[in-house]
Design a protein around this ligand. Structure first.
Ligand code: XMP
Length: 545
């Protein structure tokens, strides 16, 4: 565990709420069309389902996460080399519990059930599954009695991560029990004749040290995958797909400075060259030098046609007198759309809009037809659905870390590849309880720059999910020299997280905090006090408003 992580949730645990199941994905994501070797992960609502899909990809095999209720025919259409059934929050005996579609077992490819997926298999094939009083949660010891094919190459005693109440007491007839744990008499089973495998523990979390080996056994030895897939390896294929979609048309892309829109723009530029125009709207709510970095990278370095609009006066005027956070978001969002539309209207013949939609957006929004799912969450830059563009979404098949890999491969500067998430409404929602005036924005920007500089110098930038400053609309008393002061308060917020669903406050070293605080007070006249936010999420949120 990182020294700056708190003692709370382990790295991969508890970040996603349980119970939510992804909605149907009607079409395979774009990269899948050109990827021969793939595995389907069926999502039974487990909190780790996305992580399973990512771990499969880390083994070099393209994976797709589909909701459990898509038909077996839908799965077969993708011609997977194997199928993985995920965990899930239900008991197999609960009313309305997601059932196993027996046809999945007739597809002629190996099936691996994990946790709930294993219990479904056990129940359907005549094993004995019962609800246990206490369940088994967290770290457990696995005793391997016979490794079989699934656990080959792993030790007889090993740690694993468990999270279940229902327990398999007997494997189905004809199956070999491979391992047990303290509370699970059958923690793994297999039938090589039927090509069906099950594990009670979670191989996808870091707390199962041989988990990746088990997945790799399944993918390589059992499914026969060769494993040459990587995010970077699909760059050329994506470029071909973009060319096929856009033909000799023209495209526009709103750049925010974030990694998603940056990588999407670069891919499309590789594909169609100067028929792509990027629009970067500087709303005056960015961090120090951020706008310059975007312009330097895209216009000067990559030579992408770029319209950089300095719209800060407009945004500040629109924000005058606005103190309510939701109102701020709405004002900024509406203004953004206006500026973007004005710029788009000046360009002739633009039919395509490039969006940095990620695979997790596709899974979570339940969209998937590839037509009109404009990223509609609270992001500024979220454009209205009635815009008359066809979407180009070259990152639809990729997870965030894979997008970073592609970005690095395309030569995107390290600063943009690894940029921490930054909210669309920018610094405006970090001026809490008050209006976002130019003076306050400047103050906050300076404080933020000091924080970022020190965090980077301490080598902690990448370990933190986000680190930023908040400026509450209050003043506090102080004394500097012989004078009484009445200065602003800067709050430091730094969190670790996997996906922003939960977060823990980062344990920044005291000497670093001291340096940051004294620099802020020494270098920025208006700052009179520096405080540290030690609230996790939940119960707090990452941003203050
Ligand atoms: P909270 O504060 O809800 O934030 O814990 C979760 C993540 O979302 C980001 N965030 C926003 N992003 N527009 C955005 O584009 C917004 O209005 C907004 N509000 C919060 C936040 O920075 C964190 O990464």
């Amino acid at each position: 565990m990182s020294p700056i992580s708190g003692a709370a949730a382990p790295e991969t645990h508890g970040s996603r709420s349980t119970g939510a199941v992804s909605d149907p994905v009607a079409e395979p994501p774009a990269a899948a069309d050109v990827t021969a070797e793939r595995v389907v992960v069926l999502d039974y609502g487990g909190q780790y389902s996305q992580l399973i899909a990512r771990r499969v990809r880390e083994c070099g095999v393209f994976s797709e996460l589909l909701p459990h209720h898509v038909g077996a025919a839908e799965v077969a259409r993708r011609r997977p080399r194997g199928v993985i059934l995920s965990g899930g929050p239900a008991s197999v005996y609960a009313e309305g519990a997601p059932p196993l579609q027996r046809e999945l077992l007739e597809l002629g490819v190996p099936v691996l059930g994990i946790c709930y997926g294993m219990q479904l298999l056990a129940l359907a094939l005549g094993g004995r599954v019962e609800g246990a009083e206490t369940g088994e949660f967290g770290r457990s010891e696995l005793a391997v009695s016979r490794p079989g094919r699934l656990l080959a190459g792993t030790p007889a005693q090993q740690a694993c991560w468990m999270s279940h109440r229902d327990t398999v007491y007997e494997p189905p007839p004809g199956f070999d029990a491979l391992a047990s744990s303290t509370a699970s008499p059958v923690a793994a089973f297999e039938s090589t004749d039927r090509d069906i495998y099950g594990i009670q523990f979670h191989p996808e979390v870091v707390h199962t040290p041989y988990g990746q080996r088990v997945l790799s056994n399944f993918l390589t030895d059992i499914c026969g995958c060769e494993g040459g897939w990587s995010a970077a390896s699909v760059i050329e294929q994506q470029i071909e797909l973009i060319r096929a979609q856009v033909g000799d048309g023209r495209a526009i892309c709103g750049l925010s400075g974030g990694v998603d829109s940056s990588v999407a723009a670069l891919l499309v530029h590789r594909a169609i060259g100067d028929r792509l125009t990027c629009v970067f709207v500087d709303h005056g709510l960015m961090r120090k030098n951020e706008g310059d970095q975007v312009v330097a990278a895209f216009r000067d370095h990559f030579r992408v046609p770029l319209i950089a609009v300095d719209a800060s006066d407009r945004f500040l005027a629109a924000l005058r007198g606005v103190t309510d956070p939701e109102r701020k978001r709405k004002v900024i969002g509406a203004e953004f759309i206006r500026v973007f539309e004005e710029q788009a209207a000046r360009l002739d013949d633009v039919r395509f809009l490039v969006q940095g939609t990620l695979y997790s957006d596709v899974i979570e929004s339940g969209g998937g037809t590839g037509t009109a799912t404009i990223k509609s969450h609270h992001n500024v830059g979220g454009l209205p659905e009635d815009l008359d563009f066809e979407l180009v979404e070259p990152l639809r098949a990729l997870f965030k870390d894979e997008v970073r890999e592609v970005g690095a491969q395309l030569g995107l500067p390290e600063r943009l590849v690894w940029r921490q998430p930054f909210p669309g409404p920018g610094l405006a929602i970090r001026i809490v309880g008050g209006e976002a005036t130019r003076e306050r924005l400047d103050l906050l920007r300076e404080a933020d720059a000091i924080l970022q500089e020190e965090i980077r110098a301490a080598g902690l930038y990448r370990e933190l999910w986000q680190s930023f400053c908040v400026l509450p609309d209050i003043r506090t008393v102080g004394v500097q020299g012989d004078e009484r002061t009445y200065g602003s308060v800067i709050a430091i917020r730094a969190v670790t997280s996997d996906d922003a669903m939960t977060a823990d406050w980062a344990r920044l070293p005291y000497d670093l905090l001291e340096r940051i605080a004294s620099r802020m007070i020494g270098e920025i006249r208006a700052v009179g006090r520096v405080v540290l936010d030690i609230t996790s999420k939940p119960p707090g949120t990452i941003e203050w408003e």
